[in-house]
Design a protein around this ligand. Structure first.
Ligand code: SF4
Length: 253
């Protein structure tokens, strides 16, 4: 059986409880168009192109077998498979094949995306998944570019279109001290969501610095060195701002 899934998938995490509802198996896709300064998966950033070619059938069969190992846990917990990264929309051929195979087997799926992809790629994947986990990090275009390498424009436009199509989305806001946590940024995000989408559920993901060792191993600069995870007061305070604007706020995945 195939066990090396590179260069398509760089990690498979079983028994995950932070990547959507219930107990899940998360497949981390290689490649990401963003370079978020707080990223704790720097190994995902080696590629950033859109690879539309369909991967070998052996790869898909092998990955489905991995997902099926924990069917019993999905059934008991309302879980399933999550396609994360990196950015799974960088590999639409593989992603669509896996989403279709899971739907055929009635396995619940989440698409965990930064939203930075052409809508013609995002839309079919979002429709093929049961739930989209969508990161909203920084609203201001220039700040987004400075801290992730790309403008927020495409991400915000895509989210507006998903909302117009009533695609089920769980928003996720990474709370990163000195990068995303300003009242100004949170205010702009709220303003955008209220004006342009019907989404009112948001999950706050407090920053953690578990990527430090990986940056050392990969000989990459970690821009988040020295940043500590936000304390409980800071997390609560951010949650209150969303709550007061009418959002259902959850701390964590
Ligand atoms: S979108 Fe996610 S995987 Fe990509 S650079 Fe940002 S934090 Fe890392």
């Amino acid at each position: 059986m195939m066990t090396d899934y590179s260069p398509h998938i760089f990690r498979i995490q079983r028994y995950s409880i932070h990547d959507g509802p219930g107990i899940r198996t998360t497949l981390f896709f290689q490649g990401c168009p963003l370079h978020c300064r707080w990223c704790h998966n720097p190994e995902s950033q080696a590629r950033d192109g859109n690879e539309t070619l369909m991967p070998a059938p052996g790869l898909i069969d092998s990955l489905i077998r991995e997902i099926e190992k924990d069917l019993i846990y999905y059934d008991g917990s309302g879980g399933g498979a999550t396609f994360s990264g990196g950015e799974p929309l960088c590999r639409p051929g593989l992603l669509m094949a896996l989403l279709a195979a899971c739907r055929e087997r009635e396995i619940h799926t989440c698409l965990d995306t930064s939203g930075h992809a052409p809508f013609r790629i995002l839309e079919p994947a979002a429709r093929a998944a049961d739930l989209v986990l969508y990161d909203i990090k920084i609203a201001d275009e220039e700040d987004h570019k400075r801290l992730t390498g790309r403008s927020s424009r495409l991400i915000l436009d895509n989210l507006k279109q998903l909302s117009e199509l009533n695609i089920p989305v769980r928003l996720r806001f990474p709370l990163v001290p000195s990068m995303t946590d300003s009242r100004e940024n949170i205010g702009r995000i709220i303003d955008f969501l209220l004006r342009n989408t019907g989404y009112r559920d948001i999950h706050i993901l407090p920053f953690h610095n578990t990527g430090e060792g990986k940056y050392r191993q990969l000989n990459m600069k970690n821009h988040a060195t020295g940043i500590n995870p936000p304390g409980p007061d800071a997390v609560e305070s951010a949650a209150r701002v969303f709550d007061r604007s009418g959002f259902n706020t959850t701390i964590g995945g």
